[in-house]
Write a protein that binds this ligand. Sequence first.
Ligand SMILES: NC(=O)c1ccc[n+]([C@@H]2O[C@H](COP(=O)([O-])OP(=O)(O)OC[C@H]3O[C@@H](n4cnc5c(N)ncnc54)[C@H](O)[C@@H]3O)[C@@H](O)[C@H]2O)c1
Ligand SMILES: O=C(O)[C@H](O)COP(=O)(O)O
Length: 525
Amino acid sequence: MPKVLISDRFSQAAQQAFILRGIEVDVRPGLSTDELKAIIGGYDGLAVRSGTKVSADLLAAATRLKVIGRAGIGTENIDLAAATDQGVVVMNTPFGNSVTTAEHAIALMFSLARQIPAANASTHLGKWEKSRFMGVELTGKTLGIIGSGNIGAVVADRALGLNMRVVAFDPFLSEERAKDMCIEKVDLPTLFARADFISLHTPLTEATRNLICTDSIALMKDGVRIINCARGGLINEADLRAAIVSGKVAGAALDVYQTEPATENCLFGLEQVVCTPHLGASTAEAQENQALQVAEQMSDFLLSGIVANALNMVPVSAEDAPKLKPYMKLAGQLGSFAGQLTEHAIKAVRIEYEGHVAGLNTKPLTAIVLESLLRPMMVSVNMVNAPLVAKARGIEVSEVTCERKGDYNTLLRVIVTTEQRTREVAGTLFGGDKPRVVAIKGIPIEAELGSHMLYVTNQDKPGFIGALGSLLGARGVNIATFHLGRSEAGGDAILLTQVDQPLTDAILDEVKALPHVVQAKALNF
Ligand SMILES: NC(=O)c1ccc[n+]([C@@H]2O[C@H](COP(=O)([O-])OP(=O)(O)OC[C@H]3O[C@@H](n4cnc5c(N)ncnc54)[C@H](O)[C@@H]3O)[C@@H](O)[C@H]2O)c1
Ligand SMILES: O=C(O)[C@H](O)COP(=O)(O)O
């Protein structure tokens, strides 16, 4: 039974959801890095929020780990490259807290407009400072949204409901989508020039780091108010402080900070600044949504190979997973077959999908072909990183699909081009789920691959088969299955035989020395 660790504070719903699906779950929030490192080796899945730092070092100890589930959106706390290298799928829940976070941004906008936090504190102190807290109305004001993705779009919708004008900058926002959203797509300088309020909703990338800084603030209206519920690094905090102190910026409301947990910050103590401790996603509803979603996604992956919302792997739907299962085995066998025969640098891999398989989601099959093809040459390759590893090595990977059936209802062909030659192996499923190799180098054959195989190419001349049988018999090697193929009578021939034990190098050398043998290889599956 797969075992999952929840290492941050989660809604209890997650634990129940794992248990209901038959997954063993431990809940251990607040462990130190060393404590986590000491136990992580016992788990197949790790469920986190932003509190757990999943570093390369921690991953190195996570020898059994298959999946990391982030209940939430941002995955800055997870070393994605290290997880990918290790074959660990990383998934998040991209929509579970969008509405809640958007509502927090709107709440912060009201807080700024009416100075509610300061007015609240003053009133609690028994002061009645009616004239101190003069606000501004939102109706008719312009809200500039930077990043109009899931959260930005909800903020825009709510702001329109407040009779605000909404302008947005997002390089991926089309004019059509902006029109549908009833907002105006503008460039960044225009947004800065027109917005009374600016709300940030982009990821933190090299392009967005320090988006709000002295230079960009200079382009803004005097008295602008800024809201950040996205990521701390989007704002240069020292520059913002200077602009608030100078009066250029009337106020800022921040949920996120350059350094978190933010126990100290140069903006703390300014009365124009409203702060919350990264509460954007903190509602009962959002926590339950994303906890349930992450538990469901992780369980589906661990139990059925379904991949949803993964950041480092192609998706596999619930509908596709059972259909792909037998093909996964076939793809692995064909890739492994070609990989074990390959002795030179691979230049290109072409994978052809014909008939039934061509109508399926072939991306995961291609990933498995690549993984099993590259495995004999490198131990660190896995299904998750195989496409990247192939690309990094300059291997050109192509996929061809043709739903028209040929000789078989369904066929998968792997063609590997090295510096020396092109190798080709094709397979099908018998009875819908039994993998069979049906052609090697274009020569027809019908063979089931077992654990230990002997593959021989030879000239089709009398005497070879008898000699091979006698040799294996004399060396005590039991033949389990025996399959032959040839291009034409007297031409190139192939032999694929399953034996009951691994073949030693000495026996293989004797096979190579038999008359008419061109090549002999021991293959293990
Ligand atoms: N405060 C919180 O608790 C909290 C909760 C959830 C999400 N977040 C953060 O909110 C942000 C937005 O989340 P989302 O779910 O809406 O993400 P999303 O991916 O749906 O949307 C992000 C948008 O930003 C746009 N974008 C990317 N680069 C840009 C650039 N240089 N300039 C302008 N726009 C750019 C993208 O095109 C996309 O439309 C993320 O940083 C996320 O981590 C914070
Ligand atoms: O990226 C997110 O989903 C938010 O920043 C929420 O993070 P949290 O789960 O740590 O509150």
